[in-house]
Every structure is written in structure tokens, then in C-alpha cells.
Design a protein around this ligand. Sequence first.
Ligand SMILES: *Cc1c(COP(=O)(O)O)cnc(C)c1O
Length: 411
Amino acid sequence: MKSKLNKKLPDLKGKEAEVIAGHEKCVMNTYFRSPIVLVKGKGSYVWDIYGDRYLDFWPGWAVNSLGHCHPRLVAAVKKQVSTLIHVSNYLYHPLQGELAQLLVEASFPGKVFFCNSGAEAVEGAIKLARKYARTIIKRDAYEIITAFNSFHGRTFGALSATGQSKYQQDFQPLVPGFKYVPFNDLRALEKAVSKKTCAVLLEPIQGEGGVNVASPEYLGGVRQVCSRNNLLLILDEVQTGLGRTGKMFAYQHYGITPDVITVAKGLGGGVPIGATIARNEVAEALKPGTHASTFGGNPLACAAGIAVLETIKQQKVLNNVNQQSRYLFSGLASLHSKFPFIKEIRGMGLLVGVELEFSGKKIVEQCQKNKLLINCTADKVLRMAPSLLVTSQEIDQAVDILEDVFTKQNF
Ligand SMILES: *Cc1c(COP(=O)(O)O)cnc(C)c1O
């Protein structure tokens, strides 16, 4: 397998140091990076410039929802790129409405604003919430309640919504009007509501904050608090949306309907696209000229989004997510019983966190040496979000590597 694929790789052998040096010379140093140069991906695997293969259980930060280079996505993008790449939002093209319809069918009756990233989808939701309060329910309310340990993105609105001071350090002053409350604490949220509140913004599962799953009582209760006080319930599904949790959207596990959701990561399967979806009456608040994004919903991004959504619908992808989720959780449970330093295993569908008693950084590095790519967040939580099409053989392989790495820990 290795030799056949290697023929297609660019000839960069021995050039890893050169590639990295060239990069560091001119790219701003904003990321913690690992010195691996990837050149190719297929399904659950990626290849580095030496032709070494890695099992990717954290593809593109939970972006490559169908794995790498899914044939249907590749075909759709290839076709679109040679037909029409971009047109302005002053004109129409056939795919934006088509993708919007697919998103609405998969969620609730409403309308979609298209953008390019998760942060931008959150910005859209924040602006929509303020505009809705002022122009539709005619109340001078602008405050949004969010949770500690949340993550909503790095632009100023999204950063201000993010309840983690480490990301806000030295960027003050932030956008005013955000109040943070402990996650999964309904009383705290109720107490934080004031006359100035217009919305509550939460992740159904805090991804970056450590894979913290909202309890059903909590999200159900939040929905009631919002309805009683005429507040919008905005759920940030940038990480949890599009099949990741075993349903199209995570909120669908809770028997509630939010007023607004934000999506991005998995939507384009790797092509940058984000969206803010709002209930019809709420969407009315944004009139022509009140919000925009130059690239938002362009033909190329929409072709990718349509290919991803149709694949999830037609290939029984959600069945695979649920089946492989059980398999992965049971594999991890067997590790839990063997290694006392594992504190908890949590998550939903194929978004999984393994909380350790110590920092997971070294574990991630050792997995990488053993050709498994995973992530660590909130210092002690190993995080995995494999392809929605992952197989049980691939899960076996990942669990074996983890077991091997855990066994070799010396305390
Ligand atoms: C990743 C993420 C974002 C930010 O998305 P970007 O595309 O990096 O701007 C926002 N919200 C959640 C829940 C995320 O996981």
C-alpha cells in the first residue's frame, strides 16, 4: 500500500526541515505545532512527506467529517471548481438556496446566513440576537449569557462570548454585554438573567473546554428559562453539528429546539464554510444591508456542503456513528478498567474525551510516535473525533496504540 501511494506524493523526502524553516520564516507563530509535514490523506489516514502513514483520530480539528478526500466530496468540488468558483451575494447562484434548504430540513423551519468559519457563525448569531431584541420584540436588551469553559472562536465578539480568560489575555477591552455562568448549573443561569438579557449561548457539549456534556435536565431547563423570559436560545454546534454526536445536531438528543444554531467545522468536510441558522421569526430581524460576508455561501463552499450533507443522509452515516461510538466507548472502557490514572471517559457519538489525572501532552506525543493522531484539550483531556465513516478495525488499531502508550507510562 505504501509504495503504491508513494508514487503520487510530491518529492519532498528529506525536506521536512526545509519546509518547516520556510514556514516559520514567514508564517505568524500563533499555533502550537508538531513537526510533521502532511502531504496526503485518504479516509482515516494521512501520510507525511516520508510516506509514513498515520491513523487520524482528530482529522483537521474535527473538520474532515467524512475522513480525508471522500470521493463524493472530491468529485463535487472538482466539478464546481471548473464551473463557477465565486459570485457576489449581489447575484444568485443555484447552490446557496439548495444547501440552505438541506440545513433547514435537517434542523428546524428557519433561514440560513452563510459565512466562512465557526467564529463568524457565532458573530452572526450575536448580531442577530441583538437586532432581534431591538427590532422584533422591541426591548433594549443586548446581554448574552454564556458558560465558563466555553469556546466560541477568536474574533472579538466570539472571544468575548468565550468564558475563558486565558484566550482574552491582553486583548481587552472586549465587546461588552457578556455574562458567564458555570456550565450545567441551571440556578446560576436563572440568576444571571436581567432586563438587559437578550439570549443564552451554549455549546451542547463543550468541546474545547474538555468534552463536557450538557445534562438533559440542564438543557431542558435552559430552554424553559429562555422561553419564559423571551430570550433566544443559541446553541453553538460548530463542533457537535453535522452528525458528530450520532444525530444531525446534538440538540436533537435533548428533545428541545433552539432558536438559533451555529455550524461550521464539519459542514464543508474540509472546505471552509460556516452558517448561522435561525427560526423564521428570528431570521426576519436581519434585513438587507445589516449583515454580510463577501465569501459567504459561494458556489464552491456550497457544493462541498451539499456533498457532505447528502452523504450523511444517504449513506447511513449516522448509523455508523452510533455503532462505532458504542465500539469505541467499550474499547476505551476496557482501558479505563486497566489504567487507574484514567479519571473519566465522556462524550457522545464520535466526540470523545478521556480525562487523565495528569497532563495529556506527553500521551499525544507518544501516540504520534506510534502513528496515531489525537488531541489534548483542557490540559488533561485526550480528545478524539474520528471520521464519521471510521471502521471498527481502525478503532481497534487506535485503542491498541493507546493501550501500548498507557502501558509504557512510568510514574
Ligand atoms: C472551533 C469552534 C469555534 C470556532 O471556529 P473557527 O472556525 O475556528 O472560527 C466556535 N465554536 C465552537 C464550539 C468550536 O468548536
